[in-house]
Design a protein around this ligand. Structure first.
Ligand SMILES: C[S@@+](CC[C@H](N)C(=O)[O-])C[C@H]1O[C@@H](n2cnc3c(N)ncnc32)[C@H](O)[C@@H]1O
Length: 710
């Protein structure tokens, strides 16, 4: 079950002070929601002053900068009211800058004021909505788009950049009272956000949702892959006595909405918004809303209400209004905290807060001193968690070795089913399945386990993006490799001499096979597409893939550029395995192999493109400089150098994968990782000019360079 907050706040200068003070408090609320483990924040777009937000991409980016893991949603983005190319640009950029955390919520818009402000007739909203989404979807997922539509037309446009989440970020359609909207969302494979409090009854909402699910199924989708989020006002209090304070805010918000309705410059065209007009009276009665249409009460009352409403409509998640009608900031923080501590755990495992510095105590905290006060017990717990974090890796490695994720696949299985299939003890399997559930690799309901969307994509061997061999490679490294002797390696300053024949965690497969197949899978899971499109290489005839390993990047590049011939330079043992992959992919005519050490090799020819993908870190700094200088010698005058690498942060101390991988490189082949500026300097010292840098949001990042000196 997902939980998040929907922000369509009503702003009053007398209550909230200046807009900048208001935004500061909102940012604090959003940072708190992130630290407390909520799934998403949703912001609404409106042009009417004091209602929601007018410049939502800017607000979304501010949330992204302030938070680390929470998803950032629009509820909704008014795609009917802007040129879709501009909307596609803004939201793709937010997706990139937030590291792929965008949930794109879209709707037609329901305020006549909003339509009037930009001169768009609300009677055109349905057609504009469908056309705008078609344009955005294509620009996000296709390289070059020509569109001839009723409202917008353009030719051969390439969006730069496209979103990180491909083909598109998850799309949510806001549906309230128009059956066609539910049907359209299902037919187009979109998630849903609904507002049952605006309808006559829960039964009416359930009917609309049946229509949505039917449309999903008819269009060939599996309804279990889709989220239906319910939009409700939340008022949570520790005891019944506080309940009166709640009413004031709900009444205030409803009065505000009424004034929005009556003060609009023009009314919505009733032919196109018929159901809204008939439903309008329902949301004028605040008392009715408080008693029957909102989630109001003590934690236990809220738990009961959430359970009851979720099963009545089949909701998979919630987006609560928590900041409305002038609810004070401190009370918003208190409610977020109380809900996270006492309601949420009934429905889900809460991810650990990654930023203890904005850990929030139950009592209201002044904005200026949101400092932590961890107890001794909490500190002891954190250190214990660090000490035992290896158990998480072991759980993943064991589940991967037993191939549990492929075995469960698209089905729902009990531990007895899984135990029977593996011919093992169901008690021990249940422990392992529960541990996977605690790591959010599985979900469990009524004793039955299912893959999460993430594990289905990344760990089920039937998925095209599966990285199970990459995980097996890490199992070899962690369980059998030299991490066990880290202290000794640090003392001696020497790496371990790897013997690939004696290294396998799973004796059925040699470790070199896991390494090379694992790198192939990692490249296929996003990075090869990124690297082959970062720079146009039309006209290039030859590519040298230095330390090409499995050859994946050469394969994908050759597919992209039909004129290209690639040469992989690597060791004999690696090339023997890679040959098989190249043959399997049908490219043995265009991908060739040369054996040699690139720091010293003189290949007697030049290439139009030289690729150094994840090789500079395999050697020490003098070795990396030798590689770069050799690349300069072998690159044709107008050629392109592509460098892909693990990057460390400015200080090399943050909690990214690279900081730990830097240790891995110390104790394995004795290589080095670099910061952006260091790598750029090295590339420039070798005689290149860096023309492009790309933070991919994945494991590795990219630099493009050309020769600055012949
Ligand atoms: C981490 S793998 C990267 C493989 C591939 N380029 C990728 O990004 O998936 C490093 C590869 O570089 C090769 N290698 C390391 N040093 C090399 C050198 N000096 N010359 C040629 N190959 C080298 C290794 O054998 C290995 O295949």
């Amino acid at each position: 079950m997902q939980f998040g907050f929907c922000y369509i706040p009503d702003y009053y200068e007398s209550l909230h002070g200046s807009y900048s003070a208001w935004y500061r408090r909102l940012l604090h609320e959003w940072g708190t929601a992130d630290a407390l483990g909520y799934d998403a924040l949703w912001i609404a777009e409106h042009r009417l002053a004091g209602y929601g937000f007018c410049s939502t991409p800017v607000v979304a980016q501010a949330i992204a900068d302030r938070t680390e893991r929470i998803r950032i949603g629009t509820a909704v983005s008014l795609i009917t009211q802007r040129h879709p190319v501009l909307a596609a640009e803004d939201w793709a950029t937010v997706d990139l800058l937030s590291n792929g955390r965008l949930n794109f919520g879209i709707g037609r818009g329901i305020l006549a004021y909003d339509f009037a402000a930009v001169g768009v007739p609300s009677s055109e909203s349905r057609e504009r909505f469908q056309e705008a989404w078609e344009v955005i979807r294509r620009l996000w997922s296709e390289k070059q788009v020509t569109h001839n539509g009723k409202y917008w037309s353009f030719e051969d446009h390439t969006l730069g950049p496209r979103p990180l989440q491909q083909p598109t970020p998850p799309v949510y359609v806001a549906c309230i009272a128009t059956p066609e909207s539910y049907q359209w969302a299902g037919e187009n494979g979109c998630h849903l956000m609904v507002a049952p409090f605006l309808l006559k009854s829960t039964a009416q909402q359930a009917e609309y949702l049946d229509l949505y699910r039917e449309s999903l199924t008819k269009a060939g989708h599996d309804v279990r892959d889709f989220q239906i989020l319910g939009n409700y006002h939340l008022a949570l209090f520790e005891d019944e006595q506080q309940s009166e304070q709640v009413d004031g805010h709900i009444f205030q918000y409803l009065n505000f909405l009424n004034s929005v309705q009556t003060n609009q410059k023009q009314h919505l065209d009733s032919k196109h918004y018929a159901a809204y007009e008939s439903g309008e009276t329902l949301w004028k009665d605040a008392q009715e809303l408080r008693d029957n249409r909102a989630v109001v009460g003590t934690p236990q009352q809220c738990i009961d209400r959430i359970g009851e409403l979720s099963s009545a409509c089949g909701l998979t998640g919630w987006m609560f209004h928590i900041n409305y009608g002038g609810v004070p900031h401190e009370r918003v923080i208190d409610q977020m905290t109380l809900f996270a501590e006492e309601v949420m755990p009934t429905f889900k495992t809460i991810p650990q807060a990654k930023r203890p510095e904005i850990h929030v105590r139950r009592q209201s905290i002044p904005l200026s001193s949101a400092a932590p006060e961890f107890t001794t017990a909490a500190r002891a717990r954190r250190i214990t968690e660090l000490a035992t974090s290896y158990t998480r890796s072991c759980v993943l490695f064991a589940a991967n070795k037993l191939d549990l994720f492929t075995l469960i696949g698209k089905e729902t299985k009990t531990s007895i089913d899984v135990g029977r299939q593996l011919g093992t003890n169901s008690r021990s399997i249940e422990r392992l399945l529960d541990a996977c559930t605690s790591l959010e690799l599985l979900s469990k309901e009524n004793g039955e386990y299912r893959l999460t969307a993430e594990s289905r994509e990344m760990l089920d061997r039937n998925s095209p993006n599966c990285i199970a061999d990459w995980i097996a490679h890490w199992a070899d490294m962690m369980m059998k490799g030299n991490w066990q002797h880290l202290a000794e390696h640090v003392q001696s300053g020497k790496p371990l001499d790897l013997d690939w024949s004696d290294f396998a965690f799973d004796s059925r497969r040699p470790s070199i096979q896991n390494w090379i197949d694992g790198m192939h899978q990692m490249a296929m899971a996003g990075h090869a597409d990124i690297l082959s499109t970062v720079e146009p290489l039309h006209g290039a005839a030859t590519l040298l893939d230095v330390g090409g390993g499995p050859g994946t990047y050469s394969i994908v590049m050759c597919r992209h550029y039909p004129e290209l011939q690639a040469t992989i330079l690597d060791s004999t043992e690696v090339s023997d395995v890679a040959c098989e992959i190249v043959r399997r992919e049908g490219l043995d005519e265009r991908v060739h192999f040369r054996i040699g050490d690139f720091c010293t090799a003189d290949l007697q020819e030049t290439y139009d493109v030289i690729m150094l993908s994840n090789v500079l870190h395999m050697v020490d700094k003098p070795g990396a400089m030798a590689m770069l200088k050799n690349a300069h010698r072998h690159l044709s005058p107008q050629g392109v150098l592509l460098v892909q690498e693990w990057m460390v942060s400015d200080e090399g101390t943050d909690s990214t994968l690279s900081t730990l991988f830097n240790i891995h490189m110390l104790i394995n082949p004795n290589g080095d990782l670099y910061r952006w500026d260091q790598l750029q300097q090295m590339i420039e010292r070798a005689g290149f000019a860096v023309t492009k840098t790309l933070e991919t949001g994945g494991v590795y990042d990219v630099l493009v360079a050309k020769k600055s000196q012949p």
